[in-house]
Design a protein around this ligand. Structure first.
Ligand code: ZN
Length: 110
């Protein structure tokens, strides 16, 4: 009797409830793993490993402010990150820039 009443009540409540839309993440399913765009070789289902968009932005700021050079990043962080930083700064021909930076540094020390 009590069970029957509860079932009737549940049926009445369910009939009045508005059906919720599917969660946006659930509809997308599992994305394929891709390399992080900061150049760290980390794998992610998004553009960046969490926090690495800020890491890339930090490199760009340091280069723009003259704190480090792209070559310094290539040597002390990773070549991929230096390349991603150059890409983020709109510099297309990174190899040439590194060669120029290296030449400039050897000239300065001579
Ligand atoms: Zn990364």
């Amino acid at each position: 009797m009590a069970n029957n009443t509860l079932a009737t009540l549940n049926a009445a409540v369910n009939a009045k409830l508005v059906k919720l839309p599917a969660l946006p993440g659930a509809a997308r399913g599992n994305r394929p793993l891709v390399k992080c765009e900061c150049g760290c070789d980390g794998l992610t289902q998004r553009r960046f490993v969490p926090g690495h968009d800020a890491r890339l932005a930090g490199w760009v700021k340091r280069v723009e402010r003259g704190i480090v050079t792209l070559e310094w990043i290539a040597v002390n962080a990773s070549y991929g990150e230096a390349k991603a930083t150059a890409r983020a700064m709109g510099i297309d021909n990174f190899e040439t820039l590194v060669a120029l930076d290296a030449a400039a540094e050897t000239e300065a020390t001579e």
